[in-house]
Design a protein around this ligand. Sequence first.
Ligand code: ADP
Length: 319
Amino acid sequence: MKRIGVLTSGGDAPGMNAAIRAVVRTAIVNGMEVIGIERGYQGTLDKAFRPMGMRSVSDTVQRGGTILRTARCADFVKSEYQDVAIANMREAGMEGLVVIGGDGSLRGAQALSNKGFPTVGIPGTIDNDLEYTDYTLGFHTACDTCLEAIDKIRDTSSSHDRFTIIEVMGRRCGDIALYTGIAGGAELIIIPEVNLTFSQIKKELIDASHKGKTSGLVVLAEGVCSADELMKYLQRETKLSVRATVLGHQQRGGSPTMRDRMLATQFGYHAVGLLKKDIGNRVVGIRKEKIVDDDIDEALALPHKFKKELYKMANVVSQ
Ligand code: ADP
């Protein structure tokens, strides 16, 4: 391939810039040109294309967000718009594409691949909800951001003998809640993968108070219910002092951690290595500390795995 495109799509994640940088520089070193596509798939329809030189990605490795911007593009799920995107990219001389984004964005990459446009996906989402890879880009940074908040909330919670529910992101995958709940020493972790009723949650907290805990943290994934709803229930049904805090979009931002910068760089480097060999229709990931690539159809068809052992451990160490 002589010229490839790169875009970021869907929810932004810390480390996307480091991945763009790795894609651009690896491609140029390998004799390819790179076109940056702005605002995700919308940019493929609007022809929002800009050539990316070596220096276009200077001073970006440490920056959160995405210099290419990101967007959601409802039209792109329709076949006819995907055809327009391919025609536009071909017209601009692109022969392959790197897509950096979450589950939805990688499904867009799959659609392009299935229509014969060689595309490689990089898992860029804080949610860690892509099964073929142990970690997605941005997850570590988002967890560190949550932890910083959780530690601070713990200080005030314990000073006031209070139980605080902390709502974090995660609609169908509870990994942010699970990992930060463990690392933040939560009394209880509530995630979509485990069906806990409100009365079971109440019992857990009352048991904790009977065991001598005068305060505690409950980390709740947004996909289960709202922190406010649970707080009101517990205030009504128990004598405990309960508060709720919702962590919002700060989870998406900030400077990527060392781990995310490494992942981003390895993913970007590996993705371009595939396109260089004319290999598309793949997603890159990391398993057991090794960078891997998988068939895009197979990778996206894997069912959601629940990290049962981690959840079991969390219940033991929170006693
Ligand atoms: P994320 O990539 O973070 O999961 P979304 O689910 O919003 O975010 O997806 C981002 C974009 O990817 C969508 O706005 C749409 O343009 C594209 N997309 C999502 N699902 C599909 C699909 N099934 N087929 C084609 N494109 C899709």
